[in-house]
Design a protein around this ligand. Structure first.
Ligand code: AMP
Length: 392
């Protein structure tokens, strides 16, 4: 089933509810990273240009269903006003008489930001009357909140059936185009790089992508559980020891896919992440007793980069080492730069890998960096996201 684009709807004079993901990091009562706000600007600007009466709604943090000043969207409204160079009206709630009044007095091209949806437990419960109350505020529903699309909440899924018209905003469309492109009709060769802490979090992603990819490169701590399951000594590396059987079964199943699965052949190790003066490189895949694998080694870096060079499409999720510490960040940044240099379509899953490329200031060099951590993983598992299904 297809999903309409915001461009296909007539918005002039209509009350347009845009579910955005303004769940931004805050510090001292201010937005400390406005990436998510900036990501929603094209959709908001387009609605304003089309003379809509714009209603923006989001959650922020985990206020546990209670109004709490700490989680107010007010600082987000202030940052949005700066970015757009116009006034943003703030509601002190997301439903109720006061909000209805504000909406009914809203003029074309004006923007109203509702207060945190999660001040009401009914949001996460997807409670029907709450869905109806949100839907009653508008004539059109637009979703630009890919980051919460894996949640079946009132504002992401439940309310949509009560609104006359619905469509995807530009950010949602971009996420579906690139992440969907990897799964549906990838350019070949398709190379997938997976890293991160736990293989148990990513089994379904590994399996689904192994079915789609030509080559699967695995690094990060998750590689140690897999190496251990193969019988390789990995010292004191972060291993999910209770998941070894599961890892063995996974490796067995991967044999029946077409993808070539490549694990690290050497490692950067240390007795612990703080023992910087004792960092060394192993000669092979084995890690000595008392040492921890904290990054992929130079030979692995080179072999991964060689594979990436020949790719036409690359999907990457999860750091290849403990990238937060400079001594163990080389693997992560080498593969990031190899992706950029490859000329391939490059897609970065959300979460830590997105944070790594943002931190290095290279995010704009990828074809797409997903704004959704959990959502992008669930999508890549091949699961239907409630917030996407609602738009169909
Ligand atoms: P995830 O949230 O599963 O993507 O995992 C990201 C985290 O995995 C980051 O905080 C990394 O520091 C951590 N990580 C990656 N590789 C290693 C490693 N070899 N040892 C310990 N932690 C790692």
């Amino acid at each position: 089933m297809s999903i309409l684009s915001i461009d296909q709807l007539q918005l002039a004079g209509k009350k347009v509810f845009i579910r955005v993901d303004f769940n931004t990091p805050m510090k001292d009562g201010k937005v400390s990273d406005d990436t998510r706000i900036r990501a929603a600007l094209p959709t908001i600007k387009s609605a304003v240009e089309k003379k809509a009466k714009v209603i923006l709604a989001s959650h922020l943090g985990r206020p546990d269903g209670k109004a709490n000043k700490k989680y107010s969207l007010e600082p987000v409204g202030a940052r949005l006003a700066e970015l757009l160079g116009c006034d943003i009206k703030m509601a002190d709630d997301c439903v109720g008489d006061g909000v209805r009044l504000l909406v009914s007095s809203l003029k074309e091209k004006e923007i109203l930001l509702l207060e945190n949806l999660r001040f009401h437990p009914e949001e996460e419960e997807n409670e029907d009357n709450f869905c109806k109350a949100l839907a009653a505020l508008c004539n059109v529903y637009i979703s630009d909140a890919f980051g919460t699309a894996h949640r079946a909440h009132a504002s992401t899924a439940g309310m949509v059936k009560y609104v006359q018209e619905k469509a995807a905003g530009y950010l949602m469309q971009k996420e579906l185009k690139f992440l969907g492109g990897v799964l549906k009709n990838p350019e070949r060769p398709l190379v997938t790089i997976l890293g991160g802490a736990k293989v148990s979090d990513k089994i379904a992603v590994v399996e689904n992508l192994a079915r789609k990819s030509d080559t699967l490169l695995i690094g990060g701590a998750m590689a140690y559980t897999l190496l251990r399951a193969k019988g390789v000594a990995v010292g004191t590396s972060k291993v999910e020891s209770e998941k070894l059987q599961m890892a063995q079964n996974l490796l067995e199943r991967l044999k029946s896919t077409d993808a070539k699965v490549i694990l690290p052949i050497d490692h950067i190790v240390a007795p612990n992440p703080d023992a910087i003066s004792e960092v060394m490189t192993t000669s092979g895949e084995t890690i000595p007793d008392g040492m921890m694998g904290l990054d992929i080694g130079p030979r692995t870096q080179t072999s991964f980069c060689d594979v990436i060079k020949k790719a036409k499409m690359v999907f990457w999720n999860g750091p290849l080492g403990m990238f937060e510490k400079p001594a163990f960040s080389a693997g992560t940044y080498k593969i990031a730069n190899a992706m950029i240099a490859s000329g391939a379509v490059t897609v970065v899953g959300g979460g830590d890998s997105a944070a790594a490329v943002e931190k290095a200031g290279i995010a704009s060099k990828f074809s797409h960096v997903s704004t959704g951590g959990g959502a992008s993983l669930e999508f890549m598992e091949g699961r239907e996201l409630p917030g996407v299904k609602a738009l169909e």
